[in-house]
Design a protein around this ligand. Sequence first.
Ligand SMILES: O=C(O)CCC(=O)C(=O)O
Ligand SMILES: [Fe+2]
Length: 297
Amino acid sequence: MKQFKKMKKQKQSKKPAGDQARYKTSIIYYLAVLGAVFGAWLIFVCLENKAFAPRSDFITSKIKQVSCSSDYKKYPIFEKCTPATLCARCVKDGLISESELDTLTNLAKNGFSYGGSFGGASILDLHSGALSAGGKFINIYQALNESQLSDLFSGDAMKVYEKVKNKIKGAVTNEFGVDPVNLFLTKPTFFSKMTSKPAYTKHDEYWHSHIDKVQYGSFDYTSLLYLSDYGSDFEGGRFVFDDKNDTIEPKLGRVSFFTSGSENPHHVEKVIDGTRYAMTVSFTCDPKHSIENSLWQ
Ligand SMILES: O=C(O)CCC(=O)C(=O)O
Ligand SMILES: [Fe+2]
């Protein structure tokens, strides 16, 4: 009897221990599920927020196709050039050499040293000579004499400028399967300088969303060459494709290019600190809108 009581007592004391173990197991199980769900959410959020082209990545070539808009149909169509079935946004690093970048940066800075907008956006167009100056534009080719111009824009530097534009054209024609004889440089093709200064005229408001084909008409392919680094030379100033929030973080030498229609609406974020230098190089399929190399040299 005594033995039986002892066994019963043992049995009673074991029962809660078993429950406790089951309790522990289910807690661990729920925590693991919770952890997995949280981890999956974190990965999703990180992927969603990751820039299309982060500054920290070296991108040999990245292309994202988008459906072509019908914008091009409002203009003459040039077979084998006008975007019809292949529209996309692309990024390439490493296309332009360090010394070429150095030369271009100097060309831009030399030109801007003679002008610059009162507001946050200045342009220098080496084809026409247009340069932002205060609240208007001047023509630097008229404002300066030959010897000043040769000091600012040497023959060798201008050759590098032409070479770089051709390299970029090569990247565009290659990616979009266009014969280079069918694609032409168009205007405006220019250097840009952006700062956090408040806008003085409408031309300073670079941050509005826009479509290049709508804004400029002649554009079929837009390209950009960045001459400074997001996050160290300036803050803000990232390039954003508005539809999918695909963001390109500018960095020295990064080239981006895309078809110019409303399949690629975009804006530049306001620069909040520092100075952002870039170059917009635009291409058309319409020979009527083709521009010559620079008027100078
Ligand atoms: O500088 C940039 O990143 C973009 C400029 C732009 O959108 C343009 O020139 O049309
Ligand atoms: Fe644009």
